[in-house]
Design a protein around this ligand. Sequence first.
Ligand code: BG6
Length: 460
Amino acid sequence: MDAVMSDALVLFGATGDLAYKKIYPALYGLVRRGQFDIALICVARSGWDVERMRARIRDSLENHGSIDEAAFAKLSGMLRYVDGDYQDAATFGRLCEALGDAQKPVFYLAIPPSMFPPVVESISKLKCAAGGRIVVEKPFGRDLASAQSLNRTLHKYFDEAAIFRIDHYLGKEAVQNLMYFRFSNTFLEPIWNRNYVKSVQITMAENFGVEGRGRFYEEVGAVRDVVQNHLLQVIAILAMEPPVGAGSEPLRDEKAKVFRGIRPLTGHSLVRGQYRGYRNEPGVAADSQVETFAAMQIHLDSWRWEGVPFYIRTGKHLPITATEILVTLRHPPQKVFVDVALEPANYVRFRLGPDQVAIALGANVKMPGTSMAGDRVELHVCKVKGDEMDAYERLIGDAIKGDATLFARQDSVELAWHIVDTILGMETPVYEYEAGSWGPIEANMMIAGVGGWHSPKREA
Ligand code: BG6
């Protein structure tokens, strides 16, 4: 890790939606923790001035929660604003002036990927470019070929070590805890394999639709939007071998190995769905075939996981907003108690949020009374409210420090595209489902053999 702290943050796309919703609240959070005290140079092509930019940041923070005036004053004291077209050399001339003596700025590209080539090229000509870091947002391409082309563009001017690809799932407290729990508990290791695990399933459910993002979603669909990135990253953390040593690369090596072992998806292992009413959303085609729901089985070819099915299910307009993993253990080898009413409930459950973050162990105990009848209980290993630190706050802080551990590396991004690439252009059926349901019933067939889908519930 190149541990030199950055000395400026340059934000392209400073007047955009992402900056408003995520980046300013994260920077403000860092200021409050005393972890952000470098120049913030906002760049946009909106014809604004620094006062308007400052007002927009205040608005963003007010929308996010209450404002601590002292922290806001600190953040706004660091603010500079550069306006101009991204294709115009004069814009970068002004940026250079604003950067002053900065040697190691972070350049955050919160702009559409189509703008990356001219912007990255102009950044590379700045005098401080050699020490610079580039932060890019998902989507990293829309298939394997475009991801490779995007990576080529970035690598033309910057080394991989200077590129930080944000997948905000990796910055979530609950996802961090998943990794921590896996690699800091001896009791888990002997059972975390094909000999004891029967199946693994992940449900990422959202109880809302595309929320005005219809035009964007039409280009994407559930597989590109959350499976290729967030959910495959979660599988990598669940399935990976322990990293050989500390630091970012051993960990990212192990994740890449998991992706290498996942077979490319086929139409047989996929069920796509679309909520009724999606086609009436603004920006959506009347005959759209884009999926707002996807369920699939993943085959992982590895010594540890051979034969263990991994399932993913995600969808918009499902009954609840929650992401949950269920690792179901095999039945005990013999039935000592004739207890037909009870299916053994041996499992590990991870609730990744958003309202609750929990790790729970499912077990069977004897019900008080004369018969040897069982009861299912759940032991909570941890149960906390929400995310203690916002994912963006953590990730921006890490990029400033130069710690790439929680960022997606080029090989992993491309390997993940390789896994889904086969199904992207495939015309598999898109089944309609009612908003508020658990998606099309066709998705139930694939998982019937291991007891069906586990649907996350509202936590008490
Ligand atoms: C984004 C997707 O990457 O992740 C959205 O584009 C999705 O469609 C979001 O809603 C979910 O993230 P979170 O952190 O809100 O669970």
